[in-house]
Design a protein around this ligand. Structure first.
Ligand SMILES: NC(=O)c1ccc[n+]([C@@H]2O[C@H](COP(=O)([O-])OP(=O)(O)OC[C@H]3O[C@@H](n4cnc5c(N)ncnc54)[C@H](OP(=O)(O)O)[C@@H]3O)[C@@H](O)[C@H]2O)c1
Length: 250
Protein backbone atom coordinates (compact mmCIF):
# COMPACT_ATOMS: atom_id res chain seq x y z
CA UNK A 1 0.00 0.00 0.00
CA UNK A 2 1.38 3.40 -0.92
CA UNK A 3 0.10 6.06 1.46
CA UNK A 4 -0.09 9.65 0.32
CA UNK A 5 -2.18 11.41 2.97
CA UNK A 6 -1.22 11.32 6.67
CA UNK A 7 -3.13 12.99 9.47
CA UNK A 8 -0.60 14.03 12.12
CA UNK A 9 -1.91 14.21 15.71
CA UNK A 10 0.31 16.63 17.63
CA UNK A 11 1.54 18.30 14.43
CA UNK A 12 2.53 21.51 16.22
CA UNK A 13 4.63 19.81 18.92
CA UNK A 14 8.40 19.39 19.23
CA UNK A 15 8.36 16.13 17.28
CA UNK A 16 5.19 16.78 15.27
CA UNK A 17 6.49 19.80 13.38
CA UNK A 18 9.44 17.71 12.14
CA UNK A 19 7.09 14.87 11.16
CA UNK A 20 5.08 17.33 9.04
CA UNK A 21 8.31 18.65 7.46
CA UNK A 22 9.62 15.17 6.62
CA UNK A 23 6.28 14.04 5.15
CA UNK A 24 6.04 17.19 3.04
CA UNK A 25 9.67 16.97 1.86
CA UNK A 26 9.01 13.39 0.75
CA UNK A 27 5.96 14.38 -1.30
CA UNK A 28 3.22 13.20 1.07
CA UNK A 29 0.24 15.27 2.20
CA UNK A 30 0.23 16.03 5.93
CA UNK A 31 -3.01 17.07 7.61
CA UNK A 32 -2.08 18.81 10.89
CA UNK A 33 -4.16 17.91 13.92
CA UNK A 34 -3.77 19.87 17.15
CA UNK A 35 -5.99 22.19 19.13
CA UNK A 36 -4.09 25.07 17.50
CA UNK A 37 -5.34 23.85 14.11
CA UNK A 38 -8.91 23.30 15.39
CA UNK A 39 -8.68 19.55 16.03
CA UNK A 40 -9.04 18.11 19.53
CA UNK A 41 -8.30 14.38 19.74
CA UNK A 42 -9.75 14.25 23.28
CA UNK A 43 -13.12 15.97 22.80
CA UNK A 44 -13.34 14.91 19.15
CA UNK A 45 -13.86 18.46 17.93
CA UNK A 46 -12.84 18.71 14.25
CA UNK A 47 -11.50 15.14 14.26
CA UNK A 48 -13.93 13.56 11.78
CA UNK A 49 -13.37 16.41 9.32
CA UNK A 50 -9.57 16.23 9.65
CA UNK A 51 -9.54 12.47 9.07
CA UNK A 52 -11.71 12.61 5.96
CA UNK A 53 -9.46 11.45 3.12
CA UNK A 54 -6.57 10.47 5.43
CA UNK A 55 -5.15 7.01 4.70
CA UNK A 56 -3.00 6.85 7.83
CA UNK A 57 -2.47 8.60 11.14
CA UNK A 58 0.82 9.47 12.82
CA UNK A 59 0.19 9.98 16.54
CA UNK A 60 2.74 12.29 18.16
CA UNK A 61 0.34 14.16 20.43
CA UNK A 62 1.26 14.39 24.09
CA UNK A 63 0.12 15.46 27.53
CA UNK A 64 1.94 18.57 28.71
CA UNK A 65 3.13 17.42 32.15
CA UNK A 66 4.73 14.36 33.73
CA UNK A 67 1.69 13.57 35.95
CA UNK A 68 1.08 9.83 35.48
CA UNK A 69 -2.69 9.75 36.03
CA UNK A 70 -3.44 12.76 33.83
CA UNK A 71 -1.11 11.50 31.08
CA UNK A 72 -2.64 8.01 31.24
CA UNK A 73 -6.15 9.44 30.88
CA UNK A 74 -4.99 11.59 27.94
CA UNK A 75 -3.37 8.70 26.05
CA UNK A 76 -6.22 6.27 26.80
CA UNK A 77 -8.82 8.70 25.45
CA UNK A 78 -6.77 9.85 22.47
CA UNK A 79 -6.02 6.25 21.45
CA UNK A 80 -9.68 5.24 21.60
CA UNK A 81 -10.77 8.33 19.66
CA UNK A 82 -8.16 7.87 16.94
CA UNK A 83 -9.39 4.30 16.44
CA UNK A 84 -13.09 5.18 16.58
CA UNK A 85 -12.97 8.20 14.27
CA UNK A 86 -10.23 6.63 12.16
CA UNK A 87 -12.22 3.47 11.51
CA UNK A 88 -15.22 5.49 10.36
CA UNK A 89 -12.96 7.50 8.02
CA UNK A 90 -11.31 4.37 6.53
CA UNK A 91 -7.85 4.98 8.05
CA UNK A 92 -5.69 1.91 7.33
CA UNK A 93 -2.82 2.39 9.80
CA UNK A 94 -1.69 4.31 12.87
CA UNK A 95 2.00 4.91 13.62
CA UNK A 96 2.91 6.27 17.04
CA UNK A 97 5.94 7.53 18.93
CA UNK A 98 6.59 5.87 22.26
CA UNK A 99 9.58 6.03 24.59
CA UNK A 100 12.36 3.46 25.05
CA UNK A 101 11.71 1.57 28.28
CA UNK A 102 7.93 2.09 28.29
CA UNK A 103 7.48 -1.70 28.40
CA UNK A 104 9.57 -1.91 31.60
CA UNK A 105 8.14 1.12 33.42
CA UNK A 106 6.12 0.76 36.61
CA UNK A 107 5.42 4.43 37.34
CA UNK A 108 5.42 7.99 36.01
CA UNK A 109 5.05 9.25 32.45
CA UNK A 110 6.72 6.15 31.02
CA UNK A 111 4.02 3.97 32.58
CA UNK A 112 1.42 6.20 30.92
CA UNK A 113 3.16 5.55 27.58
CA UNK A 114 2.87 1.81 28.25
CA UNK A 115 -0.91 2.26 28.52
CA UNK A 116 -0.80 4.40 25.35
CA UNK A 117 0.87 1.54 23.46
CA UNK A 118 -1.53 -1.08 24.89
CA UNK A 119 -4.74 0.82 24.14
CA UNK A 120 -3.59 1.66 20.62
CA UNK A 121 -2.59 -1.97 19.95
CA UNK A 122 -5.99 -3.18 21.23
CA UNK A 123 -7.95 -1.18 18.64
CA UNK A 124 -9.21 -2.27 15.22
CA UNK A 125 -6.71 -0.35 13.03
CA UNK A 126 -3.19 -1.86 12.60
CA UNK A 127 -0.64 0.04 14.72
CA UNK A 128 3.12 0.53 14.31
CA UNK A 129 5.18 1.71 17.26
CA UNK A 130 8.56 3.45 17.28
CA UNK A 131 10.19 3.79 20.71
CA UNK A 132 12.52 6.79 20.89
CA UNK A 133 15.07 7.90 23.45
CA UNK A 134 14.53 11.23 25.19
CA UNK A 135 14.79 14.13 22.76
CA UNK A 136 17.57 16.72 22.66
CA UNK A 137 14.63 19.16 22.76
CA UNK A 138 13.42 17.54 26.02
CA UNK A 139 16.43 19.01 27.84
CA UNK A 140 15.07 22.45 26.91
CA UNK A 141 11.72 21.45 28.34
CA UNK A 142 13.31 20.33 31.62
CA UNK A 143 14.98 23.74 32.01
CA UNK A 144 11.77 25.58 31.00
CA UNK A 145 9.75 23.69 33.64
CA UNK A 146 12.05 24.93 36.41
CA UNK A 147 11.96 28.60 35.32
CA UNK A 148 14.79 29.99 37.49
CA UNK A 149 18.54 30.66 37.40
CA UNK A 150 19.16 27.21 38.90
CA UNK A 151 17.80 23.92 37.55
CA UNK A 152 18.12 20.47 39.10
CA UNK A 153 18.58 17.61 36.65
CA UNK A 154 19.25 13.94 37.39
CA UNK A 155 22.68 12.40 36.93
CA UNK A 156 21.02 9.58 35.00
CA UNK A 157 22.10 7.96 31.73
CA UNK A 158 20.10 8.72 28.59
CA UNK A 159 20.88 8.39 24.89
CA UNK A 160 19.44 11.70 23.71
CA UNK A 161 18.29 11.96 20.10
CA UNK A 162 17.18 14.86 17.88
CA UNK A 163 13.48 15.22 17.06
CA UNK A 164 14.33 15.56 13.37
CA UNK A 165 16.10 12.16 13.49
CA UNK A 166 13.09 10.56 15.22
CA UNK A 167 10.72 12.11 12.67
CA UNK A 168 12.69 10.61 9.78
CA UNK A 169 12.64 7.16 11.40
CA UNK A 170 8.93 7.42 12.20
CA UNK A 171 8.04 8.40 8.64
CA UNK A 172 10.25 5.53 7.39
CA UNK A 173 8.27 3.15 9.64
CA UNK A 174 4.90 4.59 8.62
CA UNK A 175 5.67 4.20 4.91
CA UNK A 176 7.49 0.83 4.99
CA UNK A 177 5.84 -2.48 4.12
CA UNK A 178 4.45 -4.31 7.17
CA UNK A 179 7.04 -6.50 8.92
CA UNK A 180 5.09 -8.83 11.22
CA UNK A 181 7.06 -10.58 13.95
CA UNK A 182 9.87 -8.06 14.15
CA UNK A 183 10.65 -6.45 17.53
CA UNK A 184 9.35 -2.94 18.23
CA UNK A 185 11.97 -0.67 16.65
CA UNK A 186 13.97 1.82 18.71
CA UNK A 187 15.75 5.03 17.74
CA UNK A 188 18.35 6.76 19.90
CA UNK A 189 21.26 9.16 19.62
CA UNK A 190 24.80 8.10 18.77
CA UNK A 191 26.10 7.93 22.34
CA UNK A 192 25.14 7.68 25.97
CA UNK A 193 24.90 11.02 27.77
CA UNK A 194 24.18 12.04 31.35
CA UNK A 195 21.05 14.19 31.55
CA UNK A 196 22.58 16.69 34.01
CA UNK A 197 25.68 17.10 31.80
CA UNK A 198 23.54 17.82 28.74
CA UNK A 199 21.59 20.27 30.87
CA UNK A 200 24.83 22.02 31.88
CA UNK A 201 25.78 22.53 28.22
CA UNK A 202 22.38 24.07 27.50
CA UNK A 203 22.27 25.98 30.79
CA UNK A 204 25.64 27.61 30.03
CA UNK A 205 24.07 29.17 26.93
CA UNK A 206 21.00 30.34 28.79
CA UNK A 207 22.61 31.62 31.98
CA UNK A 208 21.04 28.82 34.02
CA UNK A 209 23.15 26.93 36.55
CA UNK A 210 22.40 23.22 36.35
CA UNK A 211 22.92 21.17 39.50
CA UNK A 212 23.07 17.38 39.18
CA UNK A 213 20.90 15.35 41.56
CA UNK A 214 20.87 11.61 42.07
CA UNK A 215 17.36 11.20 40.68
CA UNK A 216 16.30 8.86 43.47
CA UNK A 217 12.97 10.68 43.84
CA UNK A 218 12.04 10.00 40.23
CA UNK A 219 9.74 7.19 39.13
CA UNK A 220 11.67 3.97 38.45
CA UNK A 221 14.95 5.71 39.38
CA UNK A 222 16.69 2.39 40.11
CA UNK A 223 15.77 1.05 36.68
CA UNK A 224 16.93 4.28 35.02
CA UNK A 225 20.25 4.26 36.94
CA UNK A 226 20.83 0.66 35.89
CA UNK A 227 20.41 1.65 32.24
CA UNK A 228 17.05 -0.08 31.71
CA UNK A 229 15.82 2.85 29.64
CA UNK A 230 18.79 2.90 27.29
CA UNK A 231 18.40 1.53 23.74
CA UNK A 232 18.57 -2.21 23.17
CA UNK A 233 20.95 -4.01 20.79
CA UNK A 234 18.55 -3.76 17.83
CA UNK A 235 18.13 0.04 18.14
CA UNK A 236 19.01 2.40 15.32
CA UNK A 237 21.56 4.95 16.56
CA UNK A 238 21.79 8.22 14.67
CA UNK A 239 23.21 11.72 15.14
CA UNK A 240 23.57 14.51 15.74
CA UNK A 241 25.03 14.27 19.24
CA UNK A 242 23.55 16.64 21.81
CA UNK A 243 26.52 19.02 21.48
CA UNK A 244 26.36 19.02 17.67
CA UNK A 245 22.63 19.69 17.84
CA UNK A 246 23.15 22.51 20.33
CA UNK A 247 25.85 24.10 18.17
CA UNK A 248 23.45 24.10 15.22
CA UNK A 249 20.69 25.95 17.12
CA UNK A 250 20.15 29.59 16.09
N1 LIG B 1 9.86 14.35 25.01
C1 LIG B 1 10.63 13.29 24.80
O1 LIG B 1 11.84 13.28 25.12
C2 LIG B 1 10.06 12.07 24.12
C3 LIG B 1 10.86 10.95 23.89
C4 LIG B 1 10.35 9.84 23.21
C5 LIG B 1 9.02 9.87 22.77
N2 LIG B 1 8.24 10.96 23.04
C6 LIG B 1 6.85 10.95 22.56
O2 LIG B 1 6.79 11.72 21.36
C7 LIG B 1 5.48 12.30 21.25
C8 LIG B 1 5.61 13.80 21.00
O3 LIG B 1 6.22 14.42 22.12
P1 LIG B 1 6.58 15.98 22.09
O4 LIG B 1 7.59 16.20 23.16
O5 LIG B 1 6.87 16.39 20.68
O6 LIG B 1 5.19 16.64 22.55
P2 LIG B 1 4.85 18.18 22.67
O7 LIG B 1 5.93 19.05 22.14
O8 LIG B 1 4.34 18.40 24.06
O9 LIG B 1 3.61 18.35 21.65
C9 LIG B 1 2.36 17.85 21.97
C10 LIG B 1 1.45 18.03 20.76
O10 LIG B 1 0.18 17.43 21.10
C11 LIG B 1 -0.83 18.38 20.77
N3 LIG B 1 -1.98 18.17 21.63
C12 LIG B 1 -2.05 18.24 22.98
N4 LIG B 1 -3.32 18.03 23.40
C13 LIG B 1 -4.06 17.82 22.28
C14 LIG B 1 -5.44 17.55 22.04
N5 LIG B 1 -6.33 17.48 23.04
N6 LIG B 1 -5.85 17.42 20.76
C15 LIG B 1 -4.97 17.53 19.73
N7 LIG B 1 -3.66 17.74 19.88
C16 LIG B 1 -3.21 17.90 21.15
C17 LIG B 1 -0.17 19.76 21.00
O11 LIG B 1 -0.80 20.81 20.27
P3 LIG B 1 -1.95 21.75 20.91
O12 LIG B 1 -1.46 22.21 22.24
O13 LIG B 1 -2.11 22.84 19.89
O14 LIG B 1 -3.18 20.91 21.01
C18 LIG B 1 1.21 19.48 20.39
O15 LIG B 1 1.14 19.60 18.98
C19 LIG B 1 4.74 11.94 22.54
O16 LIG B 1 3.93 10.81 22.31
C20 LIG B 1 5.85 11.59 23.51
O17 LIG B 1 5.44 10.71 24.51
C21 LIG B 1 8.73 12.06 23.69
Amino acid sequence: MSITTFAVAGATGRLGRHVVDVLTERGHRAVPMSRATGVDIITGEGLAEALTGAEAVIDVASWHSSDQDAATEFFRTSARNLHEYGRKAGVAQIAMASIIGADKATAGFLAAKKVHEEVLLAGPIPVRILRAAQFHEFVEQLLDWQRGDVAYLPELPTQLVACRTVAEELVDLATAPAAPGTPIPEIAGPRKEIMAEAGRLLGARRGVKVVGVDGSGMPDADLAAAGAFLPGPHATLAGPTFREWLDAQP
